[in-house]
Design a protein around this ligand. Structure first.
Ligand SMILES: [Zn+2]
Length: 379
């Protein structure tokens, strides 16, 4: 009966971890009460977790009532879980993530320093691996293709593998993740209002459009590079060519590139796009051209969301990424258009609560925790 015994232990440990994740710090007595596990079992299981540095004691519970309170237990927030590498337009960011979902920016490397670039990266990784016990590396799929062509994800991947292997003589788990899914995971972990919904769509609007789906209570994972609702056709007569090879894709109209092209006309350098976009949003308060354009843009976004909502029966849709910075009226506009055409009632559309610079990194951090516990519990 060894396997049964192990899986029971696994199940109970999982239950304790989930409770702590959901409720924050708790006493052993409270853990026992909530799980219906005997106090002795809770003590034994939590001791194992302490031994593996997964749990730590929180400062004595502050309380005004008299009487001794038990020590509070929580996930060891200092335990490093993963290295997150994000490729931005002009820089690579290295974060170390922790067991509570937080992350710390360790290093930023500019693409500018082309001389000895691989050496620079190698030194950064060396530093990080020597001071953090990390078993997972997550690479965020770049959201645009304007990366230095000689530093592809593949090169980065083999570089990271080599440095790690040279140092520790073993393989490391590396995953490349889709941004739409990560944004969804971040939003679900950091904003509690979504916990009532079983079917959630996430629309990450940057230069392009990425989407993530939570259907029937499950995050829908894709294999490798993600496909996205961004490539559904919304203009069947369009001659606009998408990088996917089709014409008239949603992301050509809902990505921020559309707005910038329509407003500024000429080509804007990738590294200037965000600033130009913010400038346009500010102008929309006084200038009718910018204001009307933003209204059209809201319509473009809404059309794709209607397709998602009506084909998947979503309860809620969150829009994030660059769209995080728009004024509330733009989101209201999108919501009104969607509601006027949706088959189902009571759909909520709201803006993300997490800044575009951080959302995917948070998503990766929470995802890493799941990967970590998947491995840990099977051990
Ligand atoms: Zn396309």
């Amino acid at each position: 009966m060894k396997t049964n015994h192990q899986s029971m232990r696994e199940k109970n440990t999982q239950m304790l971890i989930n409770l702590l994740k959901e409720n924050g710090p708790m006493s052993k007595a409270a853990l026992s009460r909530k799980t219906n596990l005997a106090a002795s079992s809770v003590t034994r299981l939590t001791q194992e977790l302490f031994d593996d540095s997964i749990l730590s004691l929180v400062d004595k519970e502050k309380t005004e009532s008299a009487g001794r309170k038990g020590d509070l237990i929580y996930l060891n927030v200092k335990k490093s879980v993963s290295l997150i590498i994000s490729f931005n337009v002009d820089k690579i960011i290295f974060d170390v993530s922790y067991l509570d979902g937080s992350f710390r920016e360790i290093k930023i490397v500019d693409y500018e320093k082309t001389e000895g670039f691989e050496k620079v990266i190698s030194n950064v990784l060396d530093d990080i691996f020597s001071s953090n016990k990390i078993g997972i590396i997550l690479l965020l799929e770049p959201s645009n293709l304007s990366l230095r062509s000689d530093l592809s994800l593949d090169i980065m991947l083999s570089l990271v593998r080599k440095i790690f292997f040279d140092k520790f003589k073993k393989e490391i788990k590396i995953k490349i993740l889709d941004q739409g899914i990560l944004a969804l995971i971040a939003e679900m972990n950091l904003s509690k209002d979504l916990s009532v919904d079983n079917n959630i769509g996430y629309v990450l609007i940057n230069e392009k459009v990425n989407t993530g789906l939570f259907l029937n209570g499950q995050v829908i994972k894709k294999n490798g590079y993600g496909y996205s609702f961004g490539h559904t056709t919304i203009d069947i007569k369009s001659k606009k060519l998408c990088e996917c090879g089709n014409r008239g894709c949603w992301e050509l109209y809902a990505g921020v590139n559309w707005l910038l092209d329509e407003y500024y006309g000429d080509k804007i350098k990738d590294e200037e796009k965000f600033q130009k976009y913010i400038k346009l949003l500010n102008r929309a308060n006084q200038e009718s051209k910018a204001n009307e354009l933003l209204r059209k843009y809201a319509y473009n976004i809404a059309v794709g969301i209607i397709n998602m909502v009506n084909s998947l029966g979503l309860d809620a849709v969150v829009v994030g990424g660059y769209i995080y910075n728009v004024q509330p009226w733009v989101i209201n506009e999108i919501e009104q258009i969607v509601l006027s055409r949706s088959i189902k009632d009571n759909i909520r559309i709201r803006s993300s609560k997490i800044s575009p610079a951080k959302i995917c990194r948070y998503g990766a951090s929470f995802h890493a925790i799941d990967l970590f516990f998947d491995d840990y519990l099977k051990k």
